[in-house]
Design a protein around this ligand. Structure first.
Ligand code: HEM
Length: 234
């Protein structure tokens, strides 16, 4: 990390680039919209006192429209982050985490740190082994929800992208045993995402409280803070 600013005994440096922060927040907002609209699509609950036989309100249609818009944003975002991990120069620090991914000793020490029993282990990359595998599972769920989401999409929209994806959607539908199961898997992947997002928010607060270096601020401002006497690790 290159240290650029100084405030009291603390020096700050860029931890996350603008591109990294944009992809994080676009993903966070789109996931929130997808969960909210997804729950509605699954079990529509808005009813009107003055029911009309004319098709004028399209409540379910609007929920679906926002679901699909957020779904496209999230898909683009997940693809960007995947390319970032494998090919970007900045992604090197994430790729380095693979070196610790199978290190049981580091994993146990990390559990000790979370239980406030031991110090934070020294890690080669930005993610400790527990974090690495949690994010790995998150991407399995992301791609799961995207594949089943586009399968549902192609069943409804038969032209353009839907038409293009139709043979692939039919393949997925047959693979899982029918459209009802595509829907079921879409739900299962959603719940996987919900569990990991909840753990992610808890861990971000935990680190902000016990490891006071502005790691939570960094995803907003880009800057992280360290005590001045610490060595620049780069
Ligand atoms: C975090 C990501 C996502 C979550 C939490 C989510 C959640 C849901 C839920 C709960 C449903 C209702 C299924 C039902 O019981 O009928 C649904 C439906 C649907 N989702 Fe997603 N979804 C996500 C991503 C996507 C993506 C990436 C797409 C791709 C375009 C997509 C397209 C659809 C479509 C087309 C439907 C069916 C709408 C309908 O039946 O009218 N979803 N989603």
């Amino acid at each position: 990390m290159k240290f650029l600013t100084k405030m009291g005994n603390y020096i700050g440096g860029i931890e996350f680039s603008a591109g990294y922060r944009w992809q994080h927040w676009i993903r966070a907002i789109s996931i929130f919209i997808l969960i909210a609209t997804g729950f509605y699509i699954a079990d529509p609950f808005v009813t009107y006192a003055n029911v009309s036989i004319d098709p004028t309100r399209f409540t379910q249609g609007y929920f679906r429209e926002f679901h699909i818009i957020a779904g496209f944003a999230m898909t683009a975002d997940v693809l960007y982050k995947t390319i970032f991990f494998f090919f970007f120069r900045e992604g090197k620090f994430e790729r380095e985490s693979l070196k610790d991914a199978f290190n049981i000793k580091v994993a146990i020490q990390q559990v000790g740190y979370y239980m406030l029993l031991s110090k934070h282990p020294h890690t080669k990359g930005v993610y400790n082994p527990l974090q690495f595998w949690a994010y790995f599972a998150l991407y399995v769920f992301f791609y799961g929800v995207i594949i089943t989401g586009f399968t549902l999409y192609a069943e409804v929209y038969h032209q353009g992208l839907g038409g293009f994806l139709y043979p692939f959607a039919k393949f997925i539908e047959t693979l899982v045993g029918g459209l009802a199961y595509v829907r079921l898997w879409h739900h299962i992947f959603m719940w996987g995402i919900i569990v990991i997002v909840m753990i992610h928010i808890y861990m971000a607060v935990f680190n902000a409280v016990f490891n006071k270096n502005g790691s939570m601020d960094a995803i907003f401002s880009g800057e992280k803070w360290e005590k001045e006497d610490k060595e620049d690790k780069e």
